[in-house]
Design a protein around this ligand. Structure first.
Ligand code: ATP
Length: 248
């Protein structure tokens, strides 16, 4: 890619109080790439995503298209184009699918700019999201709380995508989902990445699945990157898969 350092993480340290979790991470994600962050429980994968979206402090540097993200609030990070879908999804159960998506859309502009043109733009964005997620269109008037786990994850990702983020952060999208719906979800993420060139960082326990859609992958252990490379190479190297990913 022409922009190999679209997201550039340098010397990133982060933790919680005295608990030091990330011990100096260095990696870059090219514009338009899907990057997978793999590794065992407690390695610091979630903390990495939180540091990228203003939800954990940190030392070092994280730049997106040249702009420093560290030290920003989650709201500021969102305004700079970072959309974070946390584990556990965080959609509003009592609101309908469409209302949840509209909330995502309206975060985009200040209230004073919401005129007819803005409403038309939101309608177009809803159509775009329903195009990616046909199941959400079918269930647009249904309460989010009544969706299946997979559909709720689709809604959370759809809501994050509605503003065309520059960087989409996905934390364990497969958590608690059946294999078939997980596969469907990952295929949608792949299609969005291909069609909209959204840069994606995905944290996953299911290494095989993440490696299927990722361009590059990083393996994190105890707060340090122990392995980085093209996803295809990691996928095909039986030794790596066995040693680092627990895949026999
Ligand atoms: P998992 O796959 O289990 O979610 P992970 O790789 O995402 O693991 P993190 O959630 O980033 O790991 O956690 C890394 C370490 O930080 C763990 O030891 C965890 O206990 C600790 N930790 C996470 N959140 C907090 C917190 N709010 N306060 C203190 N320690 C925390």
């Amino acid at each position: 890619s022409a922009e190999p350092d679209f997201l550039k993480v340098s010397g990133l340290h982060a933790g919680y109080g005295r608990a030091r979790v990330l011990q100096g991470l260095d990696f870059s994600v090219a514009r338009g790439e899907v990057c997978a962050i793999l590794g065992p429980n407690g390695a610091g994968k979630t903390t990495t995503l939180r540091a990228l979206s203003g939800m954990a402090g940190g030392r070092g540097s994280v730049t997106l298209d040249g702009t420093e993200l560290l030290g920003r609030s989650p709201e500021q990070a969102a305004r700079l184009g970072v959309a974070h879908v946390p584990e556990g999804r965080g959609t509003f159960n009592d609101l309908t699918v469409e209302e949840n998506l509209r909330i995502g859309a309206h975060l985009r502009t200040a209230r004073r700019w919401r005129g007819r043109a803005e409403r038309a733009a939101v309608t177009a964005d809803l159509e775009r999201i329903y195009g990616h997620f046909p199941r959400l269109r079918q269930r647009s008037r249904q309460a989010a709380g009544s969706l299946s786990g997979g559909e709720q994850q689709m809604l959370a990702i759809g809501r994050a995508l509605i503003r065309r983020p520059a960087l989409l952060l996905l934390d364990e999208p497969s958590l608690g989902l059946a294999p078939l719906v997980t596969r469907e979800l990952f295929e949608i993420v792949r299609a969005v990445n291909e069609e909209e060139r959204t840069t994606v960082v995905v944290v996953e326990q299911n290494a095989r699945l993440a490696l299927d859609i990722a361009h590059r992958a990083h393996v994190l252990e105890a707060g340090r990157l122990v392995l980085s490379g093209p996803a295809a190479r990691i996928r095909e190297d039986g030794h790596i898969a066995e040693v680092y990913l627990g895949v026999p």
